[in-house]
Ligand binder design. Structure first.
Ligand SMILES: *Cc1c(COP(=O)(O)O)cnc(C)c1O
Length: 375
């Protein structure tokens, strides 16, 4: 079979080494004669898997013991309900501030309305000009000085990488510097572990696993231990972070196989030299694509340069009539899932940790050849 490169935004491509490891021990984990697929979540084997996964994650993020690590179910959308149910009671006003910078934070904001008094304190839903360039709505990031914080709120919510819009934001505020009594909550579903991050600035950071942490079915939640205990009475016990932290994520049967795969991903990241080294690689990969796109009028990515995502690169063709041909010829050449999200159209190349530079270079060769033929 010829080489296929999967540029899907998630579930996303996995490192070959990880797939080979899964394949080699699928029938018998660690030569114990039992598959992870049939393992009890109360067994010592699974306790070892969980322990190693958490330890490696803590090493990678340099995570202090002030934070609890929770392996939960249900994915990114579900966190939009479980975050308020776990944290909105932190203040008597039951209020939260939202930075709406694209599709995912908008979805979070609208879902969270069901659970508390939420307010948008900054958004990018208008035209914006900088250095003589004009940016469309959802193609830039409102600067921190303009965020209209409430003095007191249960939390301030932001999405560190808008997977669909291709906006990445990592200059998180230290809320104390703004005299704000609140806690930062970050949806890092598509960029957790793609670069070092200031975890000590956040109260909660979470990510669904199918982008960078392995396979669907697992949501990783990292929560400051001080924030346990603020759950609403309606919060389901299975998604109550206080309960999950207390039971080491074993209140109910956790997503065993997904946790096992996440553990292998963490080992692979350590093998690659950790987050600083993958961040450099992700920078090189994304710069290679942006530089090429910027060098021609045939393709365009209209995201303000300083907040361009290193891992999700949306782009459009100068002539949208060529979209279908671009995608079908890409597929014939082995580049799959390059279509943009159905809500925005166009193209998108997702190049998480697992996508090697060689694949990025092959993609650019394809794009260049396509331009030569159709440009
Ligand atoms: C993918 C994604 C989600 C949604 O995740 P599901 O597991 O499909 O519910 C939420 N937020 C961000 C930033 C994402 O990239």
């Amino acid at each position: 079979m010829s080489q296929i490169w999967n540029f899907s935004s998630g579930p996303a491509t996995l490192p070959r080494m990880v797939l080979e490891k899964i394949s080699s021990e699928l029938m018998s984990w660690d030569n114990k004669g039992i598959s992870v697929l049939e393992m009890s979540h109360r067994s010592n084997y699974f306790a070892d898997i969980c322990y190693e996964a958490e330890k490696d994650l803590r090493d990678l993020l340099n995570l202090s013991s002030d934070y609890a690590v929770i392996f939960s179910h249900a994915g990114g959308h579900a966190a939009n309900s479980f975050i308020p149910m776990n944290l909105i009671e932190r203040t008597s006003k039951r209020n939260a501030d939202f930075i709406v910078s694209g599709h995912w934070s908008d979805v979070s904001f609208r879902e969270s309305k069901k659970y508390g008094n939420v307010r948008v304190i900054a958004d990018n839903n208008s035209l914006y000009s900088k250095n003589g360039n004009l940016y469309n709505p959802r193609r830039w990031m409102p600067s921190l000085e303009t965020w209209d914080f409430s003095k007191v709120s249960s939390y301030v919510y932001l999405c560190s990488n808008e997977t669909i819009d291709g906006i990445e934001f990592c200059e998180w505020p230290n809320l104390l510097d703004y005299s704000v009594d609140s806690e930062l909550v970050v949806d890092a579903s598509s960029n957790l572990l793609t670069r070092p991050m200031f975890i000590e600035k956040v109260g909660i950071i979470f990510a669904c696993a199918q982008k960078n942490l392995g396979i669907a079915g697992l949501t990783l939640v990292i929560i400051k231990k001080d924030l346990l205990g603020f759950y609403s009475s309606i919060c389901p016990s299975s998604f109550n972070y206080t309960n999950l932290a207390k039971t080491n994520s074993l209140y109910s049967t956790p997503p065993i196989f997904a946790i096992y795969v996440a553990g292998l991903m963490f080992k692979w990241l350590k093998f690659k030299g950790g987050l600083q080294s993958v961040a450099e690689e992700n920078y090189q990969k994304s710069e290679t694509i942006y530089n090429y796109i910027d060098s021609t009028d045939f393709y365009n990515n209209n995201v303000e340069t300083s907040v361009r995502s290193k891992v999700n690169i949306p782009f459009v063709l100068h002539d949208a009539c060529l979209n279908d041909i671009f995608l079908s010829e890409a597929e014939e050449s082995g580049f799959i899932n390059l279509n943009g999200h159905r809500s925005v159209g166009g193209m998108r190349a997702s190049i998480y940790n697992s996508m090697p530079m060689s694949a990025v270079q092959s993609l650019i060769n394809y794009m260049r050849e396509f331009e030569r033929v159709y440009g």
